[in-house]
Design a protein around this ligand. Structure first.
Ligand code: SAM
Ligand code: SF4
Ligand code: SF4
Length: 356
C-alpha cells in the first residue's frame, strides 16, 4: 500500500492562549496584512499532473481524506465570514480539483453574499458542464489550468488521458457563461512543455484571456523537483517577445503574484509567476484553509494550525477569529526567499491538499 503523504503535522492547539483580536486588520511579523483566503474544497482530483500528484504516489490505493474529516460547506462559509471580518477581500476555491466536490456551486452561493472577489481555479475538465451553474451561483471569475495545446503533451502531463479538447470546450463554456476574461495557468517544465510557450501565447493573444506562465515549483515532497527543470520567467518573456514584442505593464493591485506584460501591438497581455527566480514573499497576504480545516500560512509549510477542533467543539465566532488573528500575527514565512536544493527536499505539505 502506498504510504500516505499527509497528514503534515497539524498543531492541535495554540501554544499560548490566543489573545483577543484588537479590532485592527491583523498584520504578521513582517507587517504583511491578511487579504487573501484560498480554500481547498477537496484533496481529490481526476488528473494526475506529473508536477503535482504523481501517479506513483497518488495511486489507486492512496488514502484520500474520508468525507467525515472534510469541512462541510456550512463550516467553510462560517470560517470565510470570520475571515472577511478580519479584512479578507479575496477568496479563491481550489484543491485538488474543486469541481469534483459534489455540488460545489452550493458553496459558491453561500460565499457570494460575503461581497469579496470570488474566484476558483480548475483543471477545466468538467467546466463545459458546470460553468453556467457556477456563474448562476455567484462566481465572478475563473482560472483554468492548461499546460499545453498539443494533445500528446497535454495527456502526458495530466497522466489521466484527458484530451486537450475537453479543456478548450470548458474554457469556451466559461467565457460564454460570463466568466470572461479568464486566466489560463500554464506550469512550465523544461523539456516537458516549454516548447509550447510561444504556441500558447499565439493561441490566446487577442482573445482577452490572460495566459500566466508559472515557474515549476518544489511544492510538497513527491514531485521530484530539480532546479534544472525550471524555466526562468525571464526566459519565457524573452521567447515570447522575440515573436510578439512585449512591454511591462503596471501591477493591478499590491501583492499581485503575476508580473504583467502587454503586447505592444494591442493583442492583450500575459503574466509570469516567478516564485522560484524572483520571490514575492515580501507582499504575500495569503492564508490557506485546507480541506480538513487546518490553516497554512505558506504554500511551502511543513506545519498547519488546527481550526476544525474549534469549529466542531462549539467555539464561538470570536474564539475562532482570535485563533486566526493569532496564527497570522505569528507568521514569518518567506520560503521562496530561502529556497535551496536542500529545502526542496523538506517534507512540505502537498499542493493538492493545501490548495494551489
Ligand atoms: N486542480 C486545479 C487546477 O489544476 O487548476 C486547482 C488546484 S492546482 C494545485 C492549482 C494550480 O497550481 C494549478 O494552476 C497548477 O497548475 C498549479 N501547480 C500545481 N503544482 C505545481 C507546481 N509544482 N509548480 C507550479 N505550479 C503548480
Ligand atoms: Fe489535479 Fe490541479 Fe494538481 Fe493537476 S494541478 S493534479 S489538476 S490538483
Ligand atoms: Fe507566500 Fe510562502 Fe509563497 Fe512566499 S513562499 S509567496 S510566503 S506562500
Amino acid at each position: 500500500m502506498t504510504e500516505k503523504v499527509i497528514p503534515i503535522r497539524v498543531e492541535q492547539s495554540a501554544p499560548v492562549v490566543d489573545p483577543a483580536w484588537d479590532g485592527r486588520p491583523p498584520r504578521d511579523v513582517r507587517a504583511r496584512p491578511l487579504r487573501d483566503l484560498r480554500i481547498s474544497v477537496t484533496d481529490r482530483c481526476n488528473f494526475r499532473c506529473v508536477y503535482c500528484m504523481p501517479r506513483e504516489v497518488f495511486g489507486a490505493d492512496y488514502a484520500f481524506l474520508p468525507h467525515a474529516a472534510i469541512l462541510s460547506f456550512e463550516e467553510i462559509a462560517r470560517v470565510a465570514r470570520i475571515f472577511v471580518g478580519l479584512g479578507v477581500r479575496k477568496i479563491r476555491l481550489t484543491g485538488g480539483e474543486p469541481l469534483v466536490r459534489k455540488d460545489v456551486h452550493k458553496l459558491i452561493a453561500l460565499l457570494a453574499p460575503l461581497g469579496t472577489d470570488l474566484t476558483l481555479t480548475t483543471n477545466g475538465s468538467a467546466l463545459a458542464r458546470l460553468a453556467p451553474s457556477l456563474k448562476d451561483a455567484g462566481l465572478q471569475r475563473i482560472t483554468v489550468s492548461l499546460d499545453s495545446l498539443d494533445d500528446a503533451t497535454f495527456r502526458r502531463m495530466n497522466d489521466a488521458d484527458v484530451p486537450v479538447e475537453r479543456v478548450l470546450k470548458g474554457i469556451e463554456a466559461a467565457a460564454a457563461a460570463g466568466l470572461a476574461p479568464l486566466k489560463i495557468n500554464m506550469v512550465v517544465k523544461r523539456g516537458t512543455n516549454d516548447h509550447q510557450i510561444v504556441d500558447m501565447a499565439r493561441h490566446w493573444r487577442g482573445t482577452g484571456h490572460v495566459v500566466r506562465f508559472i515557474e515549476y515549483m518544489d511544492v510538497g515532497s513527491t514531485n521530484g523537483w530539480r532546479m534544472d527543470d525550471v524555466v526562468p520567467s525571464a526566459d519565457v518573456v524573452r521567447r515570447i517577445d522575440e515573436q510578439f514584442p512585449l512591454e511591462p505593464a503596471e501591477a493591478s493591485h499590491p501583492g499581485e503574484v503575476a508580473e504583467r506584460w502587454r503586447y505592444r501591438d494591442g493583442g492583450g497581455e500575459i503574466g509570469v509567476i516567478s516564485s522560484v527566480t524572483q520571490a514575492f514573499c515580501r507582499d504575500c497576504n495569503r492564508m490557506r484553509l485546507s480541506t480538513e480545516g487546518a490553516l497554512f500560512t505558506c504554500l511551502f509549510a511543513t506545519e498547519g494550525h488546527d481550526l476544525k477542533s474549534l469549529l466542531r467543539g462549539g467555539a464561538s465566532d470570536e474564539a475562532i477569529r482570535d485563533r486566526i488573528a493569532a496564527v497570522w500575527s505569528r507568521r514569518e514565512d518567506g520560503y521562496s526567499e530561502i529556497r535551496t536544493a536542500e529545502t526542496a527536499r523538506l517534507r512540505k505539505v502537498e499542493m493538492s491538499y493545501i490548495g494551489g
